[in-house]
Design a protein around this ligand. Structure first.
Ligand SMILES: N[C@@H](CCC(=O)N[C@@H](CS)C(=O)NCC(=O)O)C(=O)O
Length: 266
């Protein structure tokens, strides 16, 4: 499937950045002329992290080709394995003649080279460090700790919270930020919001944390779900809803303070 090129995308394809006036109106600083986008193919698994890249391209209204076998994760994965046999992961993208993995890196690369200042705060702004932190936190701390708890709790449901930074803590950190900012990009929606949606959905849909404890995250998800580009992504990349669901945890760790680690011996 190749998705049609919106009028704005034609300008980007031709290597033109957004007009300075448009950038000023959006509160962004131009980062320099956008580079022309080479052919871009997203190898996808329905309901998985590759949705981030489809969503990014829909937000930017840039053209891409989407490859997956509808309703068949095994066949979709076989196409990825043929391209990247050592680390068959979704997303895998073909960018010109390069094969790339890691959703965060793919998003940063597309934004820095091809988005002309859109979907990331200006480098000198206060929002930029936060945006970049959430871009990396989504996989580096949030997804990593959620899936590590999930695997452990599937076999041995916990009686108490771990003394280590656990799933509740990593989601609480996001909840606290959203108490003070409308988006993970700060004042405006950014690539960081795209990165954060998948692990925050995993956290509650698999019952790794108690959804009732995180009302700011819930309100942010409602805003995300109302975005036209998110809806277009769902229609194209998840046409039949979630498939091949992971098992929902029967119980997550009880809420409450973490057990302090034992005092270090002198
Ligand atoms: N950190 C990577 C994670 C990619 C990843 O693990 N994707 C999952 C789907 S959500 C996958 O392909 N899993 C298959 C496997 O690990 O064997 C990213 O953000 O792109």
């Amino acid at each position: 499937m190749t998705y049609p090129i919106a009028r704005r995308s034609l300008a980007l394809l031709a290597g033109l950045a957004l007009a300075p006036a448009a950038l000023a109106a959006s509160g962004r600083k131009p980062t320099g002329p956008a580079m022309p986008m080479p052919d871009f193919t997203i190898y996808h698994l329905e309901g998985r992290r590759s949705e981030r890249i489809v969503w990014l391209m829909e937000e930017l209204e840039m053209p891409y080709k989407l490859v997956f076998t509808r309703g068949d994760l095994g066949k979709s994965m076989a196409a990825i394995r043929a391209l990247s046999p050592v680390v068959p992961m979704a997303p895998t993208v073909q960018y010109g003649d390069q094969i790339l993995v890691e959703s965060g890196a793919i998003i940063e690369m597309v934004l820095n080279r091809h988005a002309g200042g859109r979907l990331q705060p200006a480098l000198a702004s206060r929002d930029y460090p936060n945006h970049l932190m959430w871009m990396h936190y989504a996989e580096g701390s949030l997804a990593a700790r959620l899936f590590s708890d999930y695997r452990a709790w599937l076999t041995a449901p916990p009686a108490a919270r771990s003394p280590l930074v656990d799933s509740e803590a990593v989601v609480q950190f996001a909840e606290d930020f959203l108490g003070a900012h409308p988006w993970f990009g700060g004042a405006e929606f950014s690539g960081a919001d795209i990165m954060m949606m998948f692990p925050l959905n995993v956290a509650t849909s698999l019952n790794i944390v108690d959804v009732a404890q995180f009302p700011k995250v819930a309100a942010w998800k409602t805003k995300i779900e109302a975005r036209p580009a998110y809806k277009r992504m769902l229609a194209k990349a998840r046409p039949d809803g979630m498939i091949g669901n992971l098992r929902v945890l029967p119980k997550h760790a009880p809420a409450g303070p973490r057990t302090p680690p034992p005092a270090a011996k002198p």
